[in-house]
Design a binder for this molecule. Structure first.
Ligand code: MN3
Length: 219
């Protein structure tokens, strides 16, 4: 079953003024579509074609050398962007509540402490990559903040120094912000807090801590 580009769950302009409509349109319709297309090309005809991303990402080392890098970059890109769209929305921002808020306070001292750690991960990632909030241990619900280069995902076991179950990701590739923010990545990171859909992040958190697996993996 080939991967498909998921519809954006809101209009291109829904995140303005924080993320502009033109950036969202190019990002979803061109960049994400490209990852989906290239993932399907790489996997076509292989025994991994029907495996699904949640089988493929943790087991990249088992893929044939001939397709491993293309799969890493493009299945990674597909999964990363699908999560990214899901954790933003219009009229969002604010602070998390409930179990997720308690876990953030426990593991980062405060919500501000978390934001500071996340912004540091996002702004100090050299070149292209992602910043993540993830569940380090599903049974305890312990959280971590980290970053990956390129389209690497924290589910890529043995390939990244940031292994966890990601529940919130921020794309810090220049294509995610350059039209509006040019070189000012810290301004983009600050603006991101205004569009985070904490209810969606809390759903992803609950899915992991209840043993339901990672967002996008069914179950
Ligand atoms: Mn991107």
């Amino acid at each position: 079953m080939a991967f498909e580009l998921p519809a954006l769950p809101y209009d291109f302009g829904a995140l303005e003024p924080h993320i502009d409509a033109r950036t969202m349109e190019i990002h979803h319709d061109k960049h994400h579509a490209g990852y989906v297309n290239n993932a399907n090309i790489a996997l076509a005809g292989s025994e991994w074609a029907d495996a699904g991303p949640c089988k493929i990402l943790p087991d990249l080392a088992s893929l044939p050398d001939s397709i491993r890098t293309a799969v890493r970059n493009n299945v990674g890109g597909h999964v990363n962007h699908s999560l990214f769209w899901s954790i933003m929305g219009p009229g969002c921002g604010g602070e998390p509540t409930g179990d997720l808020a308690e876990a953030i306070t426990r593991d980062f001292g405060s919500f501000d402490g978390f934001k500071e750690a996340f912004a540091k991960a996002a702004t100090t990632r050299f070149g292209s990559g992602w910043a993540w909030l993830g569940v380090k241990d599903a049974s305890s619900g312990s959280l971590c903040v980290c970053s990956t280069p390129n389209q690497d995902n924290p589910l890529m076991r043995g390939m990244v120094d940031c292994e966890c179950h990601p529940i919130l990701g921020l794309d810090v590739w220049e294509h995610a912000y350059y039209l509006n923010y040019q070189n000012r990545r810290p301004d983009y990171v600050s603006a991101f807090w205004n569009v985070v859909n904490w209810a969606a992040v809390a759903e992803h958190f609950a899915k992991v801590t209840s043993g339901g697996g990672h967002y996008g993996c069914g179950g």
